[in-house]
Design a protein around this ligand. Sequence first.
Ligand SMILES: C[S@@+](CC[C@H](N)C(=O)[O-])C[C@H]1O[C@@H](n2cnc3c(N)ncnc32)[C@H](O)[C@@H]1O
Length: 169
Amino acid sequence: MTVLDLGSGPGRDARALAGPGVRVRAIDHSPLAIARGRAVPGLPAELEFEEADLLSAVAATGTASIDAVYAHVVYMVFSDAELDRLAREIARVLRPGGVHLFAVRSTSDPIAAEGREVAPDVRIRPPDTEPLRYFRAGTLDRLRAPGLERVAAEETPDRRVWYVSDRRT
Ligand SMILES: C[S@@+](CC[C@H](N)C(=O)[O-])C[C@H]1O[C@@H](n2cnc3c(N)ncnc32)[C@H](O)[C@@H]1O
């Protein structure tokens, strides 16, 4: 099977996922993260790092060619339009039965009340300069493009993070 790890950072999760029968494309636009990932000794042969914008990388991926798309705490940086585009592209690249597994920060997280709100649920918390979106149940639906059905959406017991799984119909 082929897995996309979107916003993989240095590939902690990608290393755990890759192995016999599971090829993982770990995609991140940070040259530092990719360099750190590639420098780890003993990487599985099935793991490849790609320094790229994840939206462009998914858009350049073949239709129905991917078994799982995974993104751990990444989608908070995207605008409404980018989330809509990403969800459509993920639905396109997944094979029927393929899964989209993602984690995003929740509006229930106490830090989601800090800083300055620049759009609904989008805040800049000093010293950060980049706005970050916090997700509520309704916002998670943005990522359920036509062709994707929701399997589960659960907050962690401390209610800081949502873990969501969708399946390609
Ligand atoms: C909070 S880190 C999470 C890293 C990793 N998934 C983890 O859980 O350890 C978010 C990552 O997303 C990457 N990222 C953000 N926007 C991106 C984009 N448009 N294209 C590729 N990577 C992106 C950042 O460089 C960063 O490594």
